[in-house]
Design a protein around this ligand. Structure first.
Ligand SMILES: [Zn+2]
Length: 404
């Protein structure tokens, strides 16, 4: 059996000197290794062969399972006395420094962590939750490394909640290749400053447009750091805001007005999600009929619903003159509607007009920000983050490595 196991191999510089199999609820295989006769040890510090051994400690290390059995190695870890570096660990190609799993097991763990929560991966390999997390974090750090920020002309920035209502973070994206460039804690001016420092003076000068939500902190910092860059407001956030501040408020007002008609009141009250969705994306015929009937019976809801679609038209314009004409027409109709939440929203939005019109020059598909937003929620739900922001942020970067 020793020879067969040795044939599985992969422990460069070492040979199998004993194998034992233990039956139990889970089978285990224990493999004892020893250095090849005459095999010199290489110093971890300088990579040179070291003449003298300093000491040897036997370590227990997990390797990939062999069929049904959890597999353990007993490895004599040698320390050498290097003439250049002093006492150092022996460098092994298949086992990292102080690692309790072989390199190939670590690679398998990291690969599975791309698709599964830590808990599942830990169960699959029968490893501790912390071990799996440490392996994945290290692998991500190594893979992602320092980011190349040269040649950027357009960036998008967005905030997301680490813990709703408590802690927020900011993500900066290169929209042209869908690559996450930077993730940092907070959403204030000082919080995003490190990104602009990383970008450097040259990079800041080259930036032509920054796409964002209507967020004063981001806007002020961008204007301060990159005076030549245009601030562009993205559609996704404006429409989401419109949904919350106009459609939903009108829906509640209308429901309250229908106190005498209990049935109609219930229809309006329960239509929240129906009204916030795009008509084209409603799959069920009955839902679409429900929406149409609701709008037909309710003038105010119809108005704010139609004006939502017209608002989106603004972002379809590809030159500022057309965008301006579309805005004027929309703004006029919003004011003439007499619907209080709509009028208030339109007035507020007017202050952001330059950034809305700028979108005609710097078009960005709205699904990018929406997609990143949704993906972050999924990563969070998989319980990666929370306790370790750094790891959470690495996961976000790994999810958007960019189109090559
Ligand atoms: Zn050395």
């Amino acid at each position: 059996m020793d020879d067969d196991i040795a044939w599985l191999g992969g422990w460069e510089g070492y040979r199998v000197c004993g194998v034992e199999r233990f039956e139990g609820v889970t089978a285990e295989i224990w493999i004892s290794l020893e250095p090849l006769v005459g095999g010199g040890a290489v110093c971890e510090g300088c990579g040179e062969a070291a003449p003298a051994l300093h000491e040897v400690t036997v370590r227990r290390v997990r390797d990939l399972p062999i069929l049904d059995a959890r597999t353990w190695l007993e490895v004599p870890r040698r320390r050498v006395l290097c003439p250049r570096c002093g006492p150092k660990l022996e460098r092994l190609s298949w086992l990292g420094r102080y690692s309790r799993v072989t390199r190939r097991l670590a690679e398998s763990v990291a690969r599975l962590c791309r698709f599964l929560p830590i808990k599942r991966v830990a169960e699959f390999f029968a490893l501790h939750w912390n071990t799996v997390k440490t392996i994945d974090k290290r692998a991500l750090k190594q893979k992602l490394g320092a980011i190349d920020l040269s040649g950027l002309t357009v960036i998008a920035m967005d905030e997301f909640a680490i813990q709703k209502g408590h802690r927020y973070a900011t993500v900066v994206v290169d929209p042209t290749v869908k690559r996450v460039l930077w993730v940092g804690r907070g959403r204030g001016r000082e919080d995003v400053r490190p990104f602009f420092e990383l970008l450097g003076e040259d990079g800041r000068k080259k930036l032509k447009a920054v796409v964002m939500d209507m967020n004063a902190a981001y806007e002020n910092e961008v204007r301060h750091q990159c005076p030549k860059a245009e601030v562009v407001f993205d559609l996704f956030h404006v429409v989401a805001k419109y949904g919350r501040e106009v459609i939903d408020r009108v829906r509640v007002d209308e429901a309250n007005r229908l106190t005498d008609d209990k049935k109609a009141r219930k229809v309006v009250k329960s239509a929240k999600w129906l009204l916030l969705r795009n008509r084209d994306t409603i799959k069920k015929d009955e839902d679409r009929i429900r929406l149409d009937e609701l709008l037909a019976a309710n003038q105010a809801l119809m108005t704010v619903y139609v004006l939502k679609d017209d608002l989106k038209e603004l972002w379809r314009q590809r030159n500022k003159t057309d965008a301006r004409a579309a805005w004027d027409s929309w703004f006029q109709r919003a004011l003439e509607s007499g619907i209080t939440p709509l009028v208030a929203f339109a007035r507020k939005l007017k202050a952001y007009l330059p950034g809305i019109l700028a979108h005609a020059t710097w078009p960005l598909h709205t699904s990018l920000i929406e997609g990143i937003n949704n993906k972050i929620k999924v990563i969070k739900r998989m319980a990666y983050g929370f306790r370790d922001d750094e790891y959470f942020f690495l996961k976000i970067r790994a999810a958007f490595p960019g189109i090559q």
